[in-house]
Design a binder for this molecule. Structure first.
Ligand SMILES: NC(=O)c1ccc[n+]([C@@H]2O[C@H](COP(=O)([O-])OP(=O)(O)OC[C@H]3O[C@@H](n4cnc5c(N)ncnc54)[C@H](OP(=O)(O)O)[C@@H]3O)[C@@H](O)[C@H]2O)c1
Length: 337
């Protein structure tokens, strides 16, 4: 597993990270054993960067990580845990105070069983809260108090990402970024690189669509956001299937797979599958520090981690993906970019 430096923090994070939303049962319930298997696979694959949030499963994801680390963390393999604050009902959508944010961070410290949070990220706070800027002063104070080591932001929109880059102490920016959402390549990534802010790429597989393994008969359980938020009824539509209606997404994936078959000479003899292409495409972006693919099974993590060992995509495939995005995909993204 290759490591990359996370912005100006100096933290060495695995280029494939683990998205831990699934550990909160928000993609349908997973057993405690499965959660432990996923975390064990992460350690075995040298995936040392975990992304969670206080609200994932109302603390369940952080609890599972904290318990696993307490039982399994050895000094030789230091895990870096990024969590988020800002979407708990005590704050969101309009009750943001420094004290409540501090209380919530202290809750995360307890669940994770650590003295300081490695990286805290503002969790898609409302635009007006973000743009007022006061939250960055609070984060600065929390850092000085020693509650957090570094801070960053997770955002929905590109203009929010650009805004965060005005703050020189922001270490990382977490964004929606995948082969079906490429606008940040022109607008944000060069700026992030120039400011030495690490990009954390979320939804690398567009909630699983880009695994190439989904079909129209796939049922999502009532607890799975791909069921209850498929049209954005509960939170930002972009967070579920990248903002693309499920059936539309399936059709686009089929078209893309057909296109790749027609151009299979481009990556001969490797013949990568779609999941590998989607993750490799992100790793080929130097601005990206870590690709936090979420998984609901340990084998998925093993397959995702393996992409770190693959060669860069041929430029012709990257161009094919850029054209496909502009011509076929972009118009279907709901919720703005
Ligand atoms: N606002 C925010 O800050 C925010 C929002 C969303 C996500 N995130 C973070 O970003 C992480 C990643 O995003 P995400 O989990 O929503 O989307 P994702 O990584 O694009 O997709 C995850 C899903 O893809 C499928 N998958 C993963 N690896 C696979 C493989 N090798 N083969 C086949 N299928 C595979 C699994 O689907 P099945 O479960 O169906 O098997 C998995 O649940 C989250 O876990 C979370 O930590 C943050």
């Amino acid at each position: 597993m290759k490591l990359r430096t996370l912005g100006h923090s100096g933290l060495q994070v695995s280029e494939i990270g683990l998205g831990c939303w699934q550990l909160g049962d928000d993609f349908g319930p997973i057993s405690q054993d499965t959660a432990n298997e996923i975390l064990a696979a992460a350690q075995q694959q040298q995936v040392n960067f975990l992304d969670t949030a206080d609200v994932y499963g109302a603390g369940l994801s952080e609890n599972r990580i904290g318990q696993w680390l307490a039982n399994n963390q050895h000094n030789s393999t230091q895990t870096i845990v990024a969590t988020k604050v800002g979407r708990d009902a005590k704050l969101f959508p309009n009750q943001y105070t420094k004290q409540t944010m501090q209380n919530n961070i202290e809750g995360s410290l307890q669940r994770l069983g650590v003295d300081a949070i490695d990286l805290i990220q503002l969790h898609c706070v409302p635009r007006e809260v973000l743009f007022a800027g006061e939250v960055f002063n609070w984060l600065e104070d929390f850092q000085q108090q020693g509650l957090i080591r570094f801070y960053g932001a997770s955002v929905e929109m590109l203009d929010e990402a650009e805004f965060c880059l005005n703050y020189s102490k922001v270490t990382s920016l977490q964004m929606l970024l995948n082969i079906f959402r490429q606008d940040a390549l022109d607008k944000v990534l060069p700026l992030a690189t120039s400011k030495n802010v690490g990009i954390i790429a979320r939804l690398p597989l567009a909630s699983g669509l880009l695994s190439g393994k989904m079909s129209a008969d796939r049922q999502f359980s009532a607890q799975d956001h791909r069921n209850y938020n498929k049209d954005g009824a509960h939170f930002h539509v972009g967070e579920t299937f990248n903002g693309i209606a499920f059936e539309q997404g399936l059709a686009l994936v089929e078209q893309l797979q057909q296109l790749l078959i027609e151009h299979s000479e481009l990556d001969f003899p490797t013949q990568l599958n779609l999941q590998q292409i989607a993750i490799r495409w992100l790793l080929d972006l130097p601005a990206v520090s870590s690709v936090i693919a979420g998984v609901s099974k340990s084998q998925q993590l093993i397959n995702n981690a393996a992409v770190s060992q693959l060669d860069k995509l041929p430029t012709e495939i990257t161009q094919l993906l850029a054209d496909f995005y502009q011509q076929k995909v972009r118009q279907h993204i709901r919720g703005g970019i």
